[in-house]
Write a protein of this length. Structure first.
Length: 89
Protein backbone atom coordinates (compact mmCIF):
# COMPACT_ATOMS: atom_id res chain seq x y z
CA UNK A 1 0.00 0.00 0.00
CA UNK A 2 1.27 3.50 -0.77
CA UNK A 3 2.25 5.62 2.23
CA UNK A 4 2.21 9.38 2.70
CA UNK A 5 4.42 11.16 5.22
CA UNK A 6 4.66 14.79 6.25
CA UNK A 7 7.78 16.66 7.37
CA UNK A 8 8.45 17.25 11.06
CA UNK A 9 8.10 21.01 10.50
CA UNK A 10 4.47 20.55 9.50
CA UNK A 11 3.82 18.02 12.25
CA UNK A 12 4.89 20.63 14.83
CA UNK A 13 1.76 22.63 13.99
CA UNK A 14 -0.81 19.97 13.17
CA UNK A 15 -1.34 16.25 13.58
CA UNK A 16 -0.08 14.65 10.37
CA UNK A 17 0.62 10.97 10.95
CA UNK A 18 1.93 8.64 8.28
CA UNK A 19 -1.01 7.23 6.31
CA UNK A 20 -1.12 3.91 4.48
CA UNK A 21 -3.68 3.94 1.70
CA UNK A 22 -4.97 1.89 -1.18
CA UNK A 23 -4.99 5.07 -3.31
CA UNK A 24 -3.76 4.90 -6.89
CA UNK A 25 -3.11 8.64 -7.43
CA UNK A 26 -1.46 11.45 -5.52
CA UNK A 27 -4.76 13.31 -5.14
CA UNK A 28 -6.43 10.21 -3.65
CA UNK A 29 -3.67 9.57 -1.10
CA UNK A 30 -3.83 13.23 -0.06
CA UNK A 31 -7.60 12.95 0.37
CA UNK A 32 -7.09 9.89 2.58
CA UNK A 33 -4.74 11.93 4.79
CA UNK A 34 -7.21 14.84 4.88
CA UNK A 35 -10.00 12.46 5.90
CA UNK A 36 -7.98 11.60 9.01
CA UNK A 37 -7.32 15.25 9.81
CA UNK A 38 -9.37 17.80 7.82
CA UNK A 39 -7.26 20.71 9.14
CA UNK A 40 -4.29 19.33 7.22
CA UNK A 41 -5.94 20.29 3.89
CA UNK A 42 -5.46 24.01 4.53
CA UNK A 43 -1.75 23.59 5.13
CA UNK A 44 -1.21 21.60 1.94
CA UNK A 45 -3.76 22.88 -0.61
CA UNK A 46 -4.90 26.39 -1.54
CA UNK A 47 -8.53 27.47 -2.00
CA UNK A 48 -8.57 26.10 -5.56
CA UNK A 49 -7.39 22.65 -4.46
CA UNK A 50 -3.85 22.99 -5.86
CA UNK A 51 -0.67 22.59 -3.85
CA UNK A 52 0.25 25.73 -1.95
CA UNK A 53 3.27 27.58 -3.31
CA UNK A 54 5.35 26.62 -0.27
CA UNK A 55 4.56 22.88 -0.49
CA UNK A 56 6.60 20.33 -2.44
CA UNK A 57 5.65 16.68 -2.93
CA UNK A 58 7.97 13.82 -3.79
CA UNK A 59 6.68 10.48 -5.06
CA UNK A 60 9.18 7.64 -4.95
CA UNK A 61 12.05 10.12 -4.69
CA UNK A 62 10.96 12.23 -7.67
CA UNK A 63 9.56 15.74 -7.31
CA UNK A 64 5.97 16.06 -8.47
CA UNK A 65 5.77 19.03 -10.85
CA UNK A 66 2.02 18.78 -11.52
CA UNK A 67 0.52 21.00 -8.79
CA UNK A 68 -3.15 21.31 -9.83
CA UNK A 69 -4.59 17.97 -10.95
CA UNK A 70 -2.29 15.94 -8.67
CA UNK A 71 -3.09 12.93 -10.84
CA UNK A 72 0.35 11.32 -10.66
CA UNK A 73 -0.16 7.55 -10.50
CA UNK A 74 1.04 5.61 -7.48
CA UNK A 75 2.38 2.08 -7.31
CA UNK A 76 1.44 -0.33 -4.51
CA UNK A 77 4.72 0.39 -2.71
CA UNK A 78 4.91 4.13 -3.47
CA UNK A 79 6.26 6.50 -0.84
CA UNK A 80 4.87 10.04 -0.88
CA UNK A 81 6.58 12.81 1.08
CA UNK A 82 4.99 16.22 1.63
CA UNK A 83 7.39 19.02 2.52
CA UNK A 84 6.53 22.54 3.55
CA UNK A 85 9.23 25.07 2.70
CA UNK A 86 10.55 27.14 5.55
CA UNK A 87 10.63 30.91 5.27
CA UNK A 88 12.28 33.64 7.22
CA UNK A 89 15.79 34.77 7.69
Amino acid sequence: MPTIQFTPQLRRFIAAPEVRSSATTLRAVLEDAFARNPLLRGYVLNDQGALRANVVVFVDGERCHERVRLDQPLQPASAVYVLQALSGG
